[in-house]
Design a protein around this ligand. Structure first.
Ligand code: IPD
Ligand code: CA
Ligand code: CA
Length: 254
């Protein structure tokens, strides 16, 4: 793969400094609405513009797809970026939000990085080379009993119009698990599966930029990424990430 993970980490951490400058000045943060319940702030726009500029300069042969600015010409090999995943949390001054950067070469995801600047946690993975948090290897949990497990999910409010709104699924799974969490950043939810902090995560109606980087990190940490039927792959409209040991117990509940 023709990138330097050290250079990319430096650029993402620089983008994190931009995000933190706004995070530390929320009283003056410009917040707009993309739809009735979907926010975008000047921090989202500034972080994405920075990453588009510096990644384009460092790696001109790759295209760029960012949540806020859309797609550039080259979409066969491209950076896939969510500049701030968890904008609602960011705007409220909560610490659980992240910058998500994935690299897809010839339509294969080969690299993912998720950085949580307020926590100063940097997760990354190159395909076939393992997953890391702040430079140390991470692995999924070894929990094999669903009744003892802790799982995470999300309820994107802007999709509350959907008849299938994840609430019935949440109730089914909450009844048979020990702990349930809704952290507020899909990219970070996936990293917590990779890090063994939760045993599984699922969500629906996401976009590729929400999950591309985190999915690479989960798989490189020894986990599984499937749709709700157990079909292997990254399906943002139905993503289920597990430690592998709980997949068969979860599928009937999805
Ligand atoms: C959101 C977060 C949230 C998920 C939403 C996403 P955004 O991303 O990932 O956890 O539940 O569906 O839209 O909009 O803050 O980039
Ligand atoms: Ca997102
Ligand atoms: Ca976002």
């Amino acid at each position: 793969m023709s990138i330097s993970t050290v250079v990319v980490e430096r650029l993402i951490r620089e983008a994190g400094s931009i995000a933190m400058s706004h995070f530390n000045n929320l009283a003056n943060l410009e917040v707009n609405k993309k739809s009735s319940r979907d926010l975008v702030t000047e921090a989202d726009v500034a972080v994405e513009a920075y990453l588009k500029k510096v990644l384009g300069k460092e790696y001109p042969k790759y295209g760029f797809w960012g949540e806020e600015s859309g797609q550039s010409d080259n979409q066969s090999s491209r950076w896939i970026v969510d500049p701030i995943d968890g904008t609602h949390s960011f705007a409220k001054g909560q610490y659980f939000w992240s910058i998500s950067v994935a690299l897809e070469i010839d339509r294969e995801l080969v690299f993912g990085a998720v950085y949580a600047p307020a926590l100063d946690d940097y997760y990354h993975a190159e395909k076939g080379k393992g997953a890391f948090k702040n430079g140390r290897p991470v692995k999924v949990s070894n929990e094999r009993n669903l009744a003892d497990s802790m799982i995470a999910t999300g309820f994107a409010c802007l999709r509350s119009y959907l008849e299938e709104n994840n609430l019935a699924r949440f109730n089914r799974i909450a009844e048979v698990t020990t702990g349930q969490r809704r952290f507020g950043s899909a990219a970070m939810d996936l990293c917590l599966v990779a890090d063994g902090q939760v045993d599984a995560y699922w969500e629906q109606e996401l976009n590729l930029y929400d999950v591309a980087a985190g999915a690479v990190i989960v798989e490189e940490a020894g986990g599984t990424v499937t749709d709700f039927d157990g079909r292997k792959g990254i399906f943002p409209k139905q993503i289920l990430a597990t430690n592998g040991l709980l997949l068969e117990q979860l599928l009937p509940l999805m």
